[in-house]
Design a protein around this ligand. Structure first.
Ligand code: FE2
Length: 375
């Protein structure tokens, strides 16, 4: 049985349901009203600004039915009705996890155990079966990466992966870039050198939030791809050295890339990004493009470097890595705000030809949410 009660100053509604008690402020109820004068019934966008709120959003009356709560505001007698389910879904009077470094909703950390269960979507299924696409997108949201099999083994196939959920982000590297050994490379990625696990392009602000790498040829010795969960690494650092974790999220690092004429990209952001509530937001980690840090106070610099080294060791630990070798017609996608990728060195024998491009996670999550809504 749902019950409502107003506070003695009429500023707060207390809602008691079998599932718990939640308080709501009058100003919050007024601003977030769902009626046609407040929200456009077609597109759901808010039609009012904060200036349209009465100076005092005291409540005059409140009533509950089995599925609704109706309130009237004292200032102008405006009456609005909320679905009970909506109020419960948006209740803010609840315990919140504010532990520094806790995971965002839907995320799950992993280590080498995931080698036995690499999330994978088969391209013909992803294009023809909405459930397969939904599950594949949900796996990317959960783990921060996934493979794709069954792509045509042709130049440009990586765009087919992006077309499943969004749009390519073009950069100075082009709409896509070729990853194969080059003479006089503009970037060490275009050599046979092994690369430490990293996030791409930390020198951009904002960074590209997704990367897709597709394989056209891979007969070279070595050249395996590796991925490492940056959120798991950050949590390990927090467990081992909470002060070091705090140093990495509370001081800006600097990143730069100036490897080609006319390009001078720089950013100034922390290595570990968290929200004000402590939720992990992003990781920027890239040995090649880390510039000199200047925003760490003098007396904290040694501890900052110690924490950075500790994070680097966690990332390099084989226990952290999932490893696979892409075959022609296969690709993988990484959440570049979370998952680091790496490549083992490869020799000149045979050929290795991959193509890469960037895209953005907002489109991916939007497509996933839409699929989940229609499910
Ligand atoms: Fe990379």
């Amino acid at each position: 049985m749902t019950q409502v009660q107003l506070s003695s100053d009429n500023q707060v509604l207390t809602l008691t349901t079998p599932s718990g008690t939640h308080r709501f402020h009058g100003v919050w109820l007024r601003h977030n009203a769902l009626d046609a004068d407040t929200r456009d019934p077609g597109n759901g966008q808010r039609l009012i600004t904060l200036a349209d709120l009465p100076d005092n959003c005291a409540l005059a009356t409140a009533e509950a039915t089995e599925n609704t709560v109706t309130v009237t505001f004292a200032a102008d007698n405006k009456t609005v009705t909320f679905p009970l389910a909506w109020l419960l879904a948006n209740a803010y009077d609840r315990p919140q996890d504010t532990t520094p470094g806790h995971l965002p909703p839907h995320a799950e950390t992993w280590g080498k155990d995931l080698n036995d269960a690499v999330p994978t979507g088969h391209y013909p299924d992803l294009t023809s079966k909405p459930d397969a696409k939904r599950d594949w997108l949900a796996a990317i949201r959960r783990y921060g990466f996934a493979k794709v099999t069954g792509l045509p083994s042709e130049s440009g196939a990586l765009f087919k992966v992006v077309d499943l959920f969004g749009y390519v982000r073009e950069t100075n590297y082009g709409r896509h870039f070729e990853v194969r050994t080059e003479v006089n490379p503009t970037n060490l990625a275009f050599t046979g050198l092994g690369l430490q696990a990293h996030t791409d392009n930390p020198y951009r602000d904002p960074v590209p939030t997704l990367q897709v790498l597709s394989c056209l040829e891979n007969s070279a010795e070595g050249g395996d791809n590796m991925v490492v969960d940056g959120f798991a690494a950050a949590q390990k650092l927090h467990d081992q050295n909470p002060e070091g974790f705090a140093l990495l999220h509370s001081h800006s690092a600097r990143f730069e890339y100036a490897g080609e004429a006319g390009v001078r990209l720089t950013s100034r952001r922390p290595v570990i990004g968290i929200t004000p509530e402590g939720t992990l937001l992003n990781i920027r980690f890239n040995a090649r493009s880390a510039a000199a840090p200047v925003d760490v106070p003098f007396d904290k610099m040694p501890a900052y470097y110690a924490a950075l080294r500790q994070l680097s060791d966690i990332i390099d630990d084989p226990m952290s890595e999932v490893r696979f070798k892409l075959a022609p017609g296969e690709a993988f996608i990484v959440d570049n705000t979370r998952v680091l990728h790496a490549r083992k060195g490869y020799s000149g024998a045979g050929k290795r030809w991959l193509q890469g491009c960037y895209a953005d996670k907002d489109g991916l999550l939007s497509t996933l949410a839409a699929l989940e809504t229609t499910a």
